[in-house]
Design a protein around this ligand. Structure first.
Ligand code: Z5A
Length: 209
């Protein structure tokens, strides 16, 4: 495919929303065509599923039902937004994708990673990120950044969030296409660090074409 598919991942309050926006701006200034989007979301169905998944009054749902809702949103998102944008040559930046499913529903909820990978493959017709950046933050600091009004997942206990963070770090240690970016230096420093790493990856990709 002509474009490049980047995902930003990480625990609560790592700064994915902030850095999706800042990175999109930097890449646009460099002349890239950029599509910035998020999960769950990015389509009408995805935004409706997001509301359902994050609402406190949805309450506890089974891990598999939760997974299938995220993947229903993803299937629509890939088919209607991400794949078409990649086909036009855009750099797609997605705030959360596959690695969130592995970290939250796998490491967090305890579903087997192999099952999640298989279901994800079906939902995306095999589309995977070209590169993933895990924005890392200490769990307590991330929850503090997010503030007091917590959605259904943010309200999980601290050990859930610790398993999720550990999951992201383990996935990154296993996969060459996943890079960890520490966020402890503040927004500006993190934005600079991330932009530098993204540009390196895009240059390497262009060199391979
Ligand atoms: N989920 C899942 O379980 N399975 C899946 O497959 C997928 C998702 C795709 C999505 O909710 C939820 O769905 C999420 C995972 C789950 N769990 N929860 N909750 P979301 O997208 O609304 O939630 P989130 O991804 O955790 O986003 P967030 O709460 O909006 O956090 P963020 O995007 O990482 O951070 P932010 O909004 O950019 O920044 C938060 C604050 O920190 C803000 O005031 C910033 O100015 C500040 N900030 C940002 N960076 C820094 C640094 N570096 N230093 C200091 N302060 C900073």
């Amino acid at each position: 495919m002509a474009g490049f598919f980047l995902t930003l991942e990480g625990p609560e309050g790592a700064g994915k929303t902030t850095h999706t926006r800042l990175l999109a701006r930097v890449l646009q200034q460099e002349g890239y065509q950029v599509v910035a989007t998020r999960e769950p979301g990015g389509t009408r169905l995805g935004e409706a599923v997001r509301t359902l998944l994050l609402a406190q009054d949805t309450g506890a749902i089974s891990p598999m039902a939760e997974t299938l809702l995220y993947l229903a949103a993803r299937a629509e998102h890939v088919a209607r937004v991400i794949r078409p944008a990649l086909e036009t040559g855009a750099v797609v930046i997605c705030d959360r994708f596959l690695h969130s499913t592995l970290a939250y529903q796998g490491y967090g909820r305890g579903l087997p990673l192999g099952v999640l990978l298989e279901l994800n493959r079906a939902a995306t017709a095999g589309l995977e990120p070209d590169h993933t950046f895990v924005l890392d933050v200490d769990v307590a600091e991330g929850l503090q950044r997010v503030g007091r009004t917590r959605d259904r997942l943010e309200a999980e206990d601290i050990s859930f969030h610790q398993r999720v963070r550990q999951g992201f770090l383990e996935l990154a240690a296993r996969e060459q296409r996943v890079t960890v970016v520490p966020t402890g230096g503040g927004i500006e420093a993190t934005a600079g660090l991330l932009a530098g790493k993204v540009k390196e990856v895009l240059r390497a990709h262009a060199g391979r074409k």
